[in-house]
Structures are given as C-alpha cells and as structure tokens.
Design a protein around this ligand. Sequence first.
Ligand code: FAD
Ligand code: NAP
Length: 631
Amino acid sequence: MLSPSLARHATSPSAGPLRLAIIGSGPSGFYSAARVLSALKDHPQRNDVCVHMYERLPVPNGLVRWGVAPDHLEVKNVENRFAEVARDPRFRFFGNVLVTAGDQASSSSSASSGYQYPHALHLPLRDLAQHYTHLLLSYGCSQSRLLGIPGSHPGELRNVHSALDFVNWYNGHPAAHDEEILAKEPWRQVELGEDARQMSVIGAGNVALDVARIVLRASSPSTAAARDELASSDVPESVLEHLSASRIAQVDINARRGPAQAAFTNKELREMMALPGVGFQGVDAELISRAEADVAQQEEEQRQKAKQEAQSNSPEAAEEAAQIAGQLRVKKRLLSLLAKGSKTKAKEADKTWGLNFFRAPKAFVGAAGSSPARLERIHWTATSLPGGQGATAAASVTANTSGPQAPVWGNEPTATPSSQHQSGESAASTAASGSTLGGAPAITVPNSTFETKADIVVSSVGYRGAPLDSSACSSSSSSSSSSPGPLGIPWDASRGVIPNASGRVTLGHGGALLPNVYVSGWLARGPVGVIASTMHDAYAVADAILEDYTTSQSHQGTSVSGLADKALVQAPRKERVPDALRDAAARGAKQVVEWAAWQRLDEEERRRGKELGKVREKVVSVREMLRIMDG
Ligand code: FAD
Ligand code: NAP
C-alpha cells in the first residue's frame, strides 16, 4: 500500500512526464515496475508515464529462470505476476540489450574470458539515459564470489566449478551452453563423469543445498520418484541425461562455521531430509547439543532484554530483542531437524549426504598427468569460533574482512541480520549466524590442517555484484575500482553494491544523492535475500521514485543523463526509444526483442515440453531463441 501522502501525490495533475528506464528484468526490476505503474494508474497524465525495461538476454525474469531450482516450480509462478506487468500498455520490454558503461565496453569485453553476450545489442548507459527522467539499476549480482585459494581459479583444475556455473548449467543459461565458449574454455563444461562418486560443496547456504539436491535427485542409482520430479520440470533434456548418467552417490556440504551459523533455511533442510532414497549421515550429537545450548542461552538473553527494554520504555529496542528471540527459536528448530536426520536412514539409502562443520578449504589439488589437471584432493583447515564452540588459543586471531580475493579465509561471513530483510525461518538462519546475535557475525579462526579425497567440487560461497561491463557471466574477479562509472554512478568495491540510501543512489555511503538514479534488489544490498524480501525492497525503492517524482518538479523536461552530465541534457520525448535501438533494428545487426517475441518463445518452449511430458523444454542457445522469436 502506498502511504496516503504518496497516493495523493500520485494523482496530482501537476507532475510532468515520468519516463523510467529499468536495467535488468529480475524480480527487483519487475516488482518496482509493478508498483510504479499501479500507483500511477489513475494519474491524470497517465499516458505520459512509461516504464521501459532492458534485459541482456532475449528472455525476462532473471534468477527466477536462471537461479531458482527446477524442482521448485511453484516459486516460478511469480512469472505470471511479471507477465501481468508486461500487459500494461505503459510498459515495454527490450530484451537482448546489454547495457554497458560506454565505449570501453567492447574492448574490455573482447579481452575477458567467459560469456560476454555476443548476440546482444551493447547499449551504453549514457545513450539510453538521455531518453528518460528516472533510471533504476536492478541488474543483480551475476558473478561468483571467489575463494581465492590455490586450485580454485577458473580453469586451473578440471572438476572444480562455481555454483554460478553449475546452476547456470542445470537451468539452461546460454552462458553455460554456448558452444564457442565451451570450445575455447573446455574446463567450463560440467562433466560429472562415470568415475565420479563424490561431490564436495563448499559453503552451507541455500544454493549449496540446491546443488546437492539436484545432483542427489537425478544421479544414478536413484529412486524413480526423485528422478521423475526432475524429469517433469524444466531441466533441459541434455542436462537431465547427463545428470541421470552420473554415479555420484555421496555429496558433502562443508561449512567454515558451526551448525548454529549455517546459512540455509529450515524449509530447504526439511526438503533434503525428505529426499526419497537419500540418507543424511548425521552430525556429531555433541556438536548439535552444544549449539542448542548456545542458541537457547542467547534466546533467553534476548527475551530478558526484551522485557527490560519494555519496562524502561524503549519499545523499539524491546521489539528488536523480541524479534531476535523469535529468530533464535527458528534456529533451534533447524538444529532439531539436523539432530532428527533424514526419512531414509543412511545405511538403507542408495545415496547419502553429509554436513561437515568447522572446516575451510585451503587448496584444491589436482592429479598428476592431464592439463588442466583433474581435481584429486582438498586440503582443509579445521576452524573454530573465537570464544565459542571449540575455541582455542588461536581464537585471538582477528577477523579477515579483506574481501573476496583474500586467500583461505576468503570473504567476511556473508550474512548479517540487517542485510537479509527476510521474515520467519529464512531470516532466522542468517540473523542467528553470528555467535553474538545482533552484532557482527563471528569469524572462523584457523586451527590444524588435513586433507580429503574429492572427485568434484562446487564452490557455493555466494554471488557477487559488479559495475556495468563487469557484469557479464565471467568467473573472473570483479573490478575493485570504486571510481565513478557512466553518469557518475559510484561503485562500492568492498561490499559489491552501488551505494544508496533506501534505493536512492548516493556518491559513496552517506554521500550526496545522484538525482533520479535508483538501485534495487541484489545490486543494492548484496547477494542475499529471497524473492519475497527482494519484492519488499523493490516496493520501497519504487515508493522513493514516486515520492521524488511527485514532490519535485525539477526533473521536468530533463533527462537522467542531463542531471548527471550537463553535456547530455536533452528533453525526453514521449514514446521515443533510444536511437541505438532503432538504428540497430533498422540495420538488422542485432535483434532487439519485445514482449510479444518472448511470448512466442515461451509458447514454443511449453509446446516442446508438453511433447516430453514436462513443464517446458528450455532453449539454451541465444541464436535459436532469436530464430524462434523472429517467427
Ligand atoms: P536478478 O534476478 O539476478 O535479475 C537481474 C537481471 O538483470 C538478470 O535478468 C540479468 O540478466 C540482467 N542484467 C544483468 N546485467 C545486465 C546488463 N548489463 N544489461 C541488461 N540486463 C542485465 N529466492 C526464492 O525466493 N526462492 C528460491 O527458490 C530461490 N532460489 C535461488 C537460487 C539461486 C541459485 C539463487 C542465486 C537465488 C535464489 N533465490 C531464490 C533468490 C532470488 O533469486 C533473488 O532474491 C532475486 O532473483 C534477486 O532479484 P534481482 O532482480 O535483484 O536480480
Ligand atoms: P549465502 O546464503 O550467503 O551462503 C553462502 C555460504 O558460503 C555461507 O555458508 C558462507 O559461510 C559460505 N562462505 C562464504 N565465503 C566462504 C569462504 N571463503 N570459505 C568457505 N565458506 C564460505 O549465499 P547463497 O547460498 O549463494 O544464497 C544467496 C541468497 O539466495 C540467500 O539469501 C539464499 O537464502 C537465497 N536463496 C534462497 C533459496 C530458497 O529460498 N530456496 C534458494 C537459493 C538461494 P559464512 O556464513 O561463514 O560466511
């Protein structure tokens, strides 16, 4: 619901045209568009309102299509809501348009490895911006956070993959199926191989569970029920064939902290425990009971605090403490789920999975022979929490928060209570992630080292945002530059976000506002949060756009680029689309696709799916997508 004052402004006849360009067609882009359009549906100048969405792929929906696991089809129903937005005549979708920082784009792209959207029209932000009054950046976080340890660099060893690449593969993202890239960089090809029996996943978030679940469901030997669920989903046939032929029978998930700090959520853990024919190996009972005692103690402390704060008339502090106590209760349920274990007991199971706590990878080591060598072993460091479970004298080592390239300890622990914006169970698992709730998450400290054998590694230690032009699907490290990008858009290299105050882009944290430029979704807060929390954030950013639009007349007749760069001032014209788009279409060089074209592809994918008894059969090549879209 809009606030009454915003709703009043939204129908005020004095506001001029609102031309909003949205970069990225994931949940944050669509939910922002939905909010803006519905708030202005009774606007007297509603025909002066337009929302144009730019997407680098010919298909919309971002991680709903490329991230959400294929056996979570119900989650993908949000696509229907997005399609509703697209039916609004004031909305237009421009797919197959990669928005770039500018001219340097082409040169830097050709030098980079990985998928660089070769079929897309590359459109500099500066050219686009001059046609709009407001700009919303919602292009997500599409790079992998790197471990930075020996053997983990892209292409260094075979059978070492990032979760981003692995998820892209099973979800049919063109970046993981592009034949030219795979010919040039064959190590990118996911090959589970006949010899591989075991997979190690680094990181204990929901993406780690997704990866483990998909492999355990599909690999052979398998119960028919588990595999059927995947067979009727939208996993591309080529992937399903490969997964089903794989003989992985053991998946180990590895966390650098303890059970109380696991980043995955209760619902996803329950799903793992219920997998037909798959057994959980269990967690050391003492480890669980110590974690339970810790969490129970913290919960009690928070309850007491809530009471005291209420008595001393601090309702906000009381509410916060009560919320944390609630989250700790959810965390206790997670620990009891871990203690209870799986429906199928490990010794009766075809396949098993395990959770190893308090270990961090130190190096991935390859077998002698082929080049690049094939993964053979993992060197680990045993870890502990400072002052917490298993703490030793080494616990006095200070936290390393030096960012994603730092070796061994890698990045700072990922989740903080304030960064998740989740509710219920999902919030709890992350809010409770530090040994001291409400404070900074505890950081693991190194103890002894040891090694294990490994057939395949998937590093699932989080995603990472990047400035424009570094945002293509490359596994290379993201730019550490914090110098302003096009239109003076800043970049916070340490947090991997565009600095902002409630979605309004600022020149550095706490700095001046960059007028009429906004950011939402993962690009604004970092790669955490589910679709529901992304939606709430997107609504708040849309409200900020509406508020600025309706309370200030300064934007009238001024383009976004004009606000950021006087040289480019130009009045935005009604129904005009960027010249680069028109010219490209006229030259026939690059095909820019609109919503109707996506609908043609959507129908074709569903038709092919129906023939195979599944929801849809995704087209994985952009060339083929464009051919189908062309009619
Ligand atoms: P995105 O969804 O990433 O959208 C960004 C869009 O911008 C993409 O379409 C991208 O192609 C486009 N883009 C990028 N760069 C450019 C450019 N330069 N020019 C034009 N377009 C560009 N949440 C749930 O609630 N349930 C789940 O089951 C679930 N599963 C997940 C599984 C995985 C593997 C991951 C990574 C996340 C999952 N999430 C899930 C979280 C959810 O996907 C995110 O909260 C949400 O997608 C974030 O939305 P966004 O719009 O910020 O980013
Ligand atoms: P995440 O929840 O942040 O988890 C990342 C994991 O990697 C954490 O366990 C983290 O441990 C670990 N890690 C980070 N750096 C590491 C390092 N250097 N060495 C070892 N371990 C390291 O990220 P995610 O799993 O990518 O998920 C992203 C978001 O999408 C989350 O909000 C998630 O809930 C959401 N999502 C939701 C669903 C769903 O709802 N079904 C599915 C998938 C994803 P520390 O805690 O110690 O940092």
